[in-house]
Design a protein around this ligand. Structure first.
Ligand code: 6A9
Length: 784
């Protein structure tokens, strides 16, 4: 083991701290220990260990540091572009931030090296390059910080900075070393050579150690600026505000390593665990960066092999970036969430204007906390919502599953572990104080009667397809795909999935009897709890039109279909894990669901599936044609010979209803709520549902049936339209977007929405069915 002198000395005195990575987890998990798991920061690194270490980067133009110091990702920072260009959870990746305001482009390269079960080494190379038009002598302040959580009262903890002096006469500082000792992390050292690359000139490296309260650790920016302010105030002579912290290395719970650099630069941060057989070196890191880029591109080409007409270099670059941003948006969270279960009786929603009572209860609610627990999840958008969203995660994991099945299932497991004793999973999880920061408490509090679409079941279902060889896997080497391992894992998840399913059926059950439909099955009808006028947040399609005013007799079509999707997944699991007896129960449920899709939800006049409600004692349809009407189709209940397939295809391919050249839009323009109000789910195009539509079209295109050719034709067109939409918007703006405008096709709402919009990666890899057999023309004939 070759460690810098100071660290060698340290290693000798440091007792070996026993490894604390949870040994109950399977073996492919150790390489996931460290990562840029604070996606809310441009670069925030921590291990997947509660209350341990945080590290990260801040930068800004020296004389505007107080206003433009970059730390948390902010949409209004006005970056020309930012995000990962390559990223893999096991080996690392490269991120670029084009910082217009600070006139500099920052590149962060992150490399991980882990051996066996050891806690592993990692390294960072930070590069800066002045942007065009920047002054010749652009001065940038760059700060690398490390904080240690839970240090107070921890006798065995250490976070100490040392300067490593050169052998030369001038005794200049050659490197900064930070010694780390922590019961969960073990002993380690961070080595930061002070040289800043060939052209870079810098005014020395300073280390400033602080002892701060815990809440200051994750607020590195204000902690740093406050320290500068305090330092300026301490001076007796009046003058300008200080821009550089005093050099004061020592022992504390927070370390700032600050450099003032002229022009372009690069410097390295090398983290070596004492358990590793050798220390991380600059050359190992440089080699690692190169290898990672090459491997990432190669892996991408294999796993997401682009199919015509998207087999171009430009689409490859685009896809690599989209995937890297999805993977790089993963976060590790630890802490508590706010929940309110004190008024379960009120939330039962059994009387007339139930939402008024609920609103009142919310007003007076004093939420309790639940936890602490861990959540390992991808995030929809780093700037605006860097936290866990249940139904988003199922979509995130579909491409991840193809890339790294063990990682995807690790995340599934993390979410399922957050389930409470009743089987409820909170839909929006801001776990811990840092994740909660800046969110109104109204949006934070979670209610245990609220559900969210169970998209994790989609992931488990596809996982079983892979295990059974029904879906091909070209991703990372996997432990779960070894004989018997996958089955064991599924058997372990099964009780949790079943519990969630049972909670869902019970908590969201609908009053079928009130509808007095003789042919209906009396068990399978569901209603989203937590509805308010014009809104249905739990469903995920927030303002998609429903019955107004909300009513306790409503039966929601999407809720029924989501239950059906769960039933079918559980049936699959039951057969797969040889718990056949259970399978019969699920089959029974599925039968009931099929009956009720027709008996309760199919509206003959409108030729569409709809929500329903009881009005004037009568079973009444509430029809707003759009994504909702497509649910039986999207969730796989419409097979090739289904009598309503024709109507569904007509609806989605009709230019006067849902079809646009940019993808399928959320609501028909013939609906009176089209584009009305906030217009969130009332016309825009969303990629998650377009993906679901495409996968169904694809499977029907392969299945003999009266509409096979149509399905194939529409599949070909829709696939092209969606990719074109996301791709061209990305070319124009540099970003992926939350949704797309149904008229112009441009990206809108949240910028750098790297969540389910990334499904475009899977879409580009879906087979191109175009054979030049005239299918397209035939489809045109039918519709136009
Ligand atoms: C807003 C902003 C500092 C809304 O992608 C996440 C969710 C989806 O699950 C849902 O289906 N989005 C969709 O209708 C975004 C939700 C953002 C809510 C929080 C607060 C201020 O934060």
């Amino acid at each position: 083991m070759q460690l810098p002198a100071t660290l060698v000395a340290l290693a000798l005195v440091a007792p070996v701290v026993s490894k604390t990575v949870d040994s109950s987890l399977y073996s492919n998990e150790a390489p996931l220990l460290w990562g840029p798991y604070k996606p809310n920061l441009y670069l925030g690194i921590c291990p997947r260990l509660p209350e341990s270490l945080i590290a990260g980067l801040m930068w800004g133009k020296l004389d505007e540091q107080d206003k433009k110091l970059r730390h948390t990702v902010e949409q209004n920072d006005g970056m020309a572009m930012y995000g990962w260009t390559t990223y893999d959870a096991r080996s690392g990746g490269t991120q670029i931030v084009q910082d217009v305001g600070n006139q500099i482009d920052i590149t962060t390269e992150f490399v991980k090296k882990s051996e066996g079960q050891s806690s592993g080494n990692w390294a960072l190379r930070i590069k800066g390059k002045p942007r065009e038009g920047a002054p010749a002598d652009l001065k940038t302040s760059v700060i690398f910080f490390v904080g240690m959580e839970g240090k107070e009262g921890c006798a065995d903890c250490q976070l100490e900075a040392f300067e490593q002096l050169g052998a030369g006469d001038d005794k200049s500082v050659e490197a900064v070393n930070i010694a780390i000792k922590h019961p969960r992390v073990g002993s380690a050292g961070i080595h930061i050579p002070t040289s800043v690359g060939e052209d870079g000139r810098h005014e020395g490296t300073i280390v400033h150690t602080l002892n701060v309260t815990e809440d200051k650790l994750w607020q590195a920016k204000s902690t740093f600026l406050d320290a500068l302010k305090a330092q300026s105030n301490d001076r007796t002579e009046a003058g300008k505000m200080d821009v550089v912290l005093r050099n004061a290395p020592g022992s504390g719970n927070m370390q700032f390593v600050q450099m003032i650099i002229h022009g372009s630069f690069h410097f390295d941060v090398l983290y070596s665990s004492r358990e590793a057989t050798r220390a991380m070196t600059t050359s190992e890191m440089a080699g690692g960066i190169q290898d990672n880029v090459v491997a990432y591109r190669k892996d991408y080409a294999r796993v997401f092999a682009l199919k015509a007409p998207f087999n171009t270099d430009q689409h490859a670059l685009f896809g690599q970036k989209m995937l890297a941003d999805l993977l790089g948006g993963i976060g590790y969270f630890y802490g508590r969430i706010k929940i309110d279960e004190s008024k379960k009786a009120i939330y039962a929603e059994t009387t007339g204007k139930f939402w008024e009572k609920t609103a009142d209860a919310k007003k007076h609610s004093i939420p309790e906390t639940r936890g602490p627990y861990e959540l390992f999840t991808h995030t929809p958008a780093r700037a605006v919502f860097p936290r866990g969203f249940l139904w988003d995660e199922g979509f995130h994991l579909l491409p991840v599953l193809e890339w790294d099945v063990d990682l995807a299932m690790e995340v599934v497991q993390s979410w399922l572990k957050s389930m409470d004793d009743d089987g409820w999973i909170a839909r929006e999880q801001a776990v811990g104080i840092e994740a909660e920061n800046g969110i109104l408490s109204d949006a934070l509090t979670q209610y245990p009667h609220i559900a969210n679409p169970p998209t994790l079941f989609l992931v488990v279902s596809k996982f079983i397809d892979i295990l059974q060889g029904k879906a091909k896997y070209y991703g990372h080497e996997s432990t779960l795909l070894k004989p018997e391992a996958g089955k064991k894992f599924v058997a372990k998840l099964y009780p949790l999935l079943k519990k969630h399913y049972e909670w869902w059926r019970k908590s969201q059950s609908g009053d079928i009897e009130a509808h007095s439909v003789p042919s209906a099955n009396l068990n399978e009808g569901y209603r989203w709890r937590g509805r308010t006028p014009e809104m249905n947040y739990p469903s995920g399609m927030d303002d998609y039109p429903r019955a107004e005013p909300p009513d306790i007799t409503e039966l929601h079509l999407d809720a029924l279909c989501w239950v059906g999707l769960m039933s079918r997944t559980l049936e699959k699991i039951a057969f797969f894990t040889e718990t056949t007896h259970d399978a019969f129960t699920y089959q029974n449920h599925i039968r009931g669901i099929r009956i009720n899709l027709e008996a309760l939800h199919w509206e003959e006049q409108q030729n569409a599936y709809c929500d329903t409600v009881v009005r004037d004692d009568k079973h009444t349809y509430v029809c707003h044609k759009g994504y909702l009407s497509l649910f039986p189709f999207m969730t796989g209940f419409i097979d090739a010979s289904h009598p309503h397939l024709d109507a569904i295809l007509r609806l989605l391919r009709d230019q006067n209803q849902l079809w646009t050249d940019h993808g399928i839009k959320s609501l028909s323009q013939e609906d009176k709520k089209y584009g009305v109000g906030d217009n969130y789910w009332r016309s825009p195009i969303w990629i998650n549902f377009n993906y679901m539509i495409l996968t169904q079209l694809f499977s029907l295109a392969k299945m003999p049936g009266p509409h096979q050719a149509r399905c194939k034709g529409i599949y070909i067109e829709l696939r092209k339209n969606i990719v074109h939409t996301v791709f061209s918007s990305w070319l124009q703006t540099g970003y992926a977007w939350e949704q797309y405008d149904p008229v112009g096709g441009h990206g809108q709402r949240t910028q750098h929405f790297t969540g389910w919009t990334s499904l475009v990666v899977s879409i580009m890899a879906m087979p191109d069915l175009e054979q030049g057999d005239g299918v397209k023309d035939r489809v045109k004939e039918i519709y136009e």
